[in-house]
Design a protein around this ligand. Structure first.
Ligand SMILES: C[S@@+](CC[C@H](N)C(=O)[O-])C[C@H]1O[C@@H](n2cnc3c(N)ncnc32)[C@H](O)[C@@H]1O
Length: 240
C-alpha cells in the first residue's frame, strides 16, 4: 500500500497495461487504466444532499441522522471520500484516513477543487485527510476527543450494479484487493481503540459481518447493508 507514484502527462498518457496511472485532465487528477478513468468529484453527490434526500441516505441514518449539534466522525477507509462527504453534509466534522497513495492523491485533489466551489465549500471545510494506514496511526490529526462515529468501508468483492460504481470499484480494486479476515479484525480493533460512540460498517447485502463482529443493529438495503456497533463502555465482546 502507498508505494506508487505515477503521474502521466495527458499529452503523452503512458497508461500502463499493468497498473493504473495518475493523469491530469481538464484540471482534475484522474486514475486511468484500460479505458477507465476515475477522479474525486464531489459535485456529483450534491443531488443526494438536496430536497430532503440526505436524511434518507443509509450511511447518514447509520451514523445517527442529520443533527445541528457538532459531531465528529473518523473515516478509516476514506477512498474517494464520497461517504465522508455525505456525513460532512449531515453536519459531521470528518477526519479521513486513506492508505493508498494514489487514491489519497485523487481525494486531496478533489478536496482542493471542491474548496473553490461555492456549492461544495462549506461541506468540504469539515473534511480533512491524513494519508496512512488507519490501523497503524497512533493519533488522528485534529481529533480532540473520542469521535461520535468511526466509519469503515473496506473493499469487498463487487456486486454493485451501477456502471459508474462498477468502473470506480474495478479500478480501485486493482490497487486494493478485498479486505482479508485479518485486515478486518485489525480495522475493528483500531476503530474500537478510538472509543467511538458507534462504528458504522458498510457491507455487501448478504455478506458476513466484518471480522465476525455481531452488530447491535443493521440497516438493510438491496445491494449494501450497514452494520452498526455500539461499543458502549469499551468492553466490546462482539467478535465471534
Ligand atoms: C471501498 S474503498 C472506500 C470508499 C469510500 N467509502 C468512498 O465513499 O469513496 C476502500 C478504501 O479503503 C482504503 N483502505 C483499506 N484499508 C485501509 C487502512 N487500513 N487504512 C486506510 N485506508 C485503508 C483503501 O485503500 C480504499 O481506498
Amino acid at each position: 500500500m502507498g508505494k506508487r507514484k505515477n503521474v502521466a502527462d495527458p499529452g503523452q498518457a503512458d497508461v500502463s497495461p499493468e497498473r493504473p496511472s495518475l493523469v491530469r485532465r481538464g484540471g482534475s487528477l484522474c486514475l486511468e487504466w484500460g479505458g477507465m478513468s476515475v477522479c474525486a468529484d464531489f459535485s456529483r453527490l450534491l443531488q443526494r444532499t438536496r430536497n430532503g434526500r440526505l436524511g434518507g441516505e443509509a450511511a447518514v441514518k447509520a451514523a445517527g441522522g442529520i443533527k445541528k449539534e457538532p459531531r465528529t466522525a473518523v473515516d478509516m477507509t476514506a477512498g474517494l471520500g464520497e461517504d465522508a462527504f455525505l456525513l460532512a453534509a449531515a453536519g459531521f466534522t470528518v477526519y479521513m484516513i486513506e492508505a493508498d497513495r494514489d487514491i489519497a492523491s485523487l481525494l486531496r485533489d478533489g478536496l482542493e477543487r471542491a474548496s473553490a466551489d461555492p456549492e461544495l465549500r462549506e461541506t468540504v471545510s469539515r473534511m480533512s485527510l491524513t494519508e496512512g494506514d488507519s490501523t497503524l496511526i497512533e493519533t488522528v490529526p485534529g481529533l480532540q476527543s473520542p469521535p461520535d462515529v468511526v466509519y469503515l468501508d473496506p473493499m469487498f468483492p463487487q456486486r454493485r450494479k451501477s456502471g459508474f460504481v462498477k468502473k470506480k470499484l474495478r479500478l480501485m480494486a486493482l490497487l486494493e484487493p478485498p479486505c482479508t479476515d485479518e485486515g478486518a479484525v485489525r480495522l475493528l480493533r483500531a476503530a474500537l481503540a478510538l472509543r467511538p460512540g458507534r462504528i458504522v460498517i458498510k457491507r455487501p447485502s448478504g455478506g458476513p459481518p466484518l471480522g465476525g463482529a455481531r452488530p447491535d443493529f443493521s440497516i438493510p438495503g438491496d445491494v449494501i447493508r450497514y452494520d452498526v456497533l455500539v461499543p458502549g463502555d469499551g468492553k466490546f465482546t462482539g467478535f465471534s
